[in-house]
Ligand binder design. Structure first.
Ligand SMILES: NC(=O)c1ccc[n+]([C@@H]2O[C@H](COP(=O)([O-])OP(=O)(O)OC[C@H]3O[C@@H](n4cnc5c(N)ncnc54)[C@H](OP(=O)(O)O)[C@@H]3O)[C@@H](O)[C@H]2O)c1
Length: 234
């Protein structure tokens, strides 16, 4: 990953922060993004190598444009985008308020759409790039209490596959990650009763993303699906 410019959105999160720490010693030039500027600065302080932090709310396309422009202004290009930002609202269908649906679609669907679109435009100019979208298994399988969250995640799969078709002739790879439950702060504010001890570790999720980024150049890991043994879908 030496000198590769990697934009990690959701860099302070459970999955994003482990991946960030794993990438930092490889010589990658990291652009770290999330809303919380203090959390981003604290993470960057721990890391070796060149690190740029750009506090961004991905629900605002203007902020997303500014993030991508700053990354290019600082490092000249974008080789990799990792979309590891998101949030979960899991509750019965008839308790979901319009604001809940708005939040799921704004953050998970539209936010990752904006970042993918903006980064892809930069990658297309150089005919090279890799976009990793951390979808989650609820972008592929159904689960009770997940109507709004799942709607947002199926949407991520939809736009990612369409953009992947448009962009493959420009040498741009897409990898979609379908992780089952990952024990991260994602679950801190979810009211659903879950057993976090049975979930995947954030390290397992980060390892999968790291694998996709470091596979031989002609290999495109298109989809990676990892479930905890307590919750298998075939
Ligand atoms: N945990 C799981 O079980 C699981 C399983 C499969 C897939 N996923 C997906 O994996 C991704 C990462 O999950 P995680 O478990 O690492 O969650 P997490 O620990 O809660 O981290 C979420 C990250 O997203 C950022 N974020 C949230 N809203 C944002 C916004 N509007 N703009 C920019 N950044 C925002 C957060 O930082 P700020 O709050 O500072 O903005 C944080 O860095 C999400 O898309 C999630 O849906 C999670």
């Amino acid at each position: 990953m030496q000198d590769k410019v990697v934009v990690i959105v959701g860099a302070t999160g459970g999955i994003g922060s482990v991946l960030t720490r794993q990438l930092a010693p490889t010589g990658a030039r990291l652009v770290l993004s999330a809303r919380d500027a203090v959390g981003l600065a604290a993470l960057a302080d721990e890391l070796p190598g060149e690190v740029l932090t750009v506090p961004t709310d991905i629900t605002d396309p203007h902020q997303v444009d500014a993030l991508i422009k700053k990354a290019v202004a600082e490092f000249g290009q974008i080789d990799v985008l990792v979309n590891a930002a998101g949030a979960g609202i899991l509750k019965p269908y008839n308790s979901l308020e319009p604001a809940d649906l708005d939040k799921m679609l704004d953050v998970n669907l539209k936010g990752s759409f904006y970042t993918t679109q903006a980064a892809a435009e930069e990658m297309q100019k150089r005919k090279s790039g890799h976009i990793c979208n951390v979808v989650g298994i609820l972008g592929k399988h159904s689960m009770a209490m997940a109507a709004a969250y799942s709607a947002s995640k199926f949407g991520v799969v939809g736009f990612s596959k369409c953009m992947a078709e448009e962009l493959k002739r420009f040498g741009i790879k897409f990898t979609l990650f379908y992780f089952g439950g990952v024990d991260s702060p994602f679950w801190d504010n979810v009211s659903l009763k879950v057993d976090r001890k049975k979930m995947l570790s954030p390290q397992t999720a980060a390892n999968a993303i790291f694998y996709a980024l470091t596979a031989e150049p002609q290999a495109v890991p298109m989809e990676i699906n990892i479930q905890p043994d307590s919750h298998l879908f075939f």
